[in-house]
Write a protein that binds this ligand. Structure first.
Ligand code: BGC
Length: 380
């Protein structure tokens, strides 16, 4: 049976500045790439220059919304000094989306820190709370007329666990104490930014993007572990900011079966594909009583063998949640373009659009047309 989505449902794709723009050489990832600890992003997908061409593609694919981020190191190259030329550039990018009638979701901070803040300990330093709040206010001041919602922070748990527990992202720490401090400061930074913005822009929609994992246990012990992880990973951060968020963006990629290898299929990343998990994760977020967006959902699939089904099945899961009464307002596929996949460099391809990194040519994948059929008919 066909399901028709609500009239104003948002269909789009997401990107983040460091992963697609290119030419960013004064953030923590660029510093560490020069030191050989992480791959170089270099020109990435050259989206900084090709954005209008890329938005032509998004429009041709029937999208009516787009999620993107601004690069902190471009906007605030030195503490308290804002680069008006870069602000103008981002205004042109956002205006370009608005001219097409797109709903625009802007992420204020998507993983990368300016080098000066990195040198001062990033979010481990208490001063970062105020610094982040000032920066966020500047972003909203500069772009509020061109943006429909602002996300303060992308995936706080991924940032703190990769940087401070697993130690595979800058600043490569593996200490629980540092993780604890950074987590606490990021919670405070979000709340400070929220309050600071609302003082002058009470109508601005300010939310969070949270990646939640569907943890499952199959016996009494693993079920207990799963329950703990559901609290620790999915709810701890959200509980701490629950009075300071106008919406939640859910990033959903995979599920995790404690102590067991989950069932296939697996993406090129080895992540298990489990569309039902999206239904469960959306239903589970109902408790916060705020509108929900699927702010990222995608698959690393260089051959485009899995992506069409991946998209259909996950959107079906979204439709089931909506039929149950869950307030889901939109879906953003990750990602519009192939891009720089952090520690994995350019080896993983998530795009609806394939990027040839030598020529910077774009090629629309078949799966993008499957997504187009859904978004333009508004039905699944
Ligand atoms: C992040 C993206 C990333 C994607 C796939 C999310 O964790 O927000 O930056 O590329 O997942 O790994």
């Amino acid at each position: 049976m066909k399901f028709t989505f609500p009239n104003n449902f948002l269909w789009g794709a997401a990107t983040s500045s460091y992963q697609v723009e290119g030419g960013i050489d004064h953030c923590d990832w660029a510093v560490e790439a020069r030191g050989g600890k992480v791959p170089h992003a270099g020109k990435a997908a050259n989206h900084y220059n090709l954005y209008s061409n890329d938005f032509d593609i998004a429009e041709s694919l029937g999208h009516n919304a787009h999620r993107l981020s601004v690069e902190w190191a471009r906007i605030e190259p030195q503490e308290g000094e804002f680069d008006e030329k870069e602000i103008k550039h981002y205004r042109e990018v956002l205006q370009n989306l608005k001219d097409r009638g797109f709903y625009v979701s802007l992420t204020i901070w998507h993983f990368t820190l300016p080098d000066w803040l990195y040198a001062h300990g990033g979010f481990k330093n208490k001063k970062s709370i105020d610094i982040f709040s000032q920066y966020s206010k500047k972003v909203v001041e500069s772009f509020h007329d061109l943006v429909d919602d602002f996300v303060t922070i992308n995936e706080p748990m991924v940032y703190t666990s990769n940087g401070y527990i697993r130690g595979n992202w800058p600043p490569f720490k593996k200490t629980k104490l540092a993780h604890f401090k950074v987590h606490k400061n990021i919670v405070k930074a979000h709340i400070a930014a929220y309050e600071n913005i609302k003082k002058d822009f009470p109508k601005a929609q300010i939310g969070i993007v949270k990646d939640n994992i569907f943890f499952e246990g199959k016996n009494i012990i693993t079920k207990t572990i799963a329950r703990f992880l559901i609290w620790f990973w999915n709810h701890r951060f959200l509980n701490s900011i629950k009075n300071h968020m106008d919406f939640i963006g859910l990033n959903y990629y995979f599920h995790s079966v404690i102590g067991e290898k989950p069932d296939p299929p697996f993406s090129d990343f080895g992540w298990s594909i489990y569309p039902n998990g999206l239904y469960y994760m959306l239903s589970d977020l109902r408790r916060y009583n705020v509108p929900l967006f699927v702010s990222e959902n995608g698959v690393a699939d260089a051959d485009d063998k899995l992506r069409s089904h991946f998209i259909e099945d996950h959107i079906l899961a979204v439709s089931r949640a909506i039929q149950d009464g869950v307030d889901v307002r939109g879906y953003y596929y990750w990602s519009l373009l192939d891009n720089f996949e952090w520690a994995a460099g350019f080896t993983k391809r998530f795009g609806l659009v394939e990027v040839d990194y030598d020529t910077m040519d774009r090629k629309i994948r078949e799966s993008a047309m499957v997504y187009k059929r859904i978004s333009t008919t508004n039905t699944i």
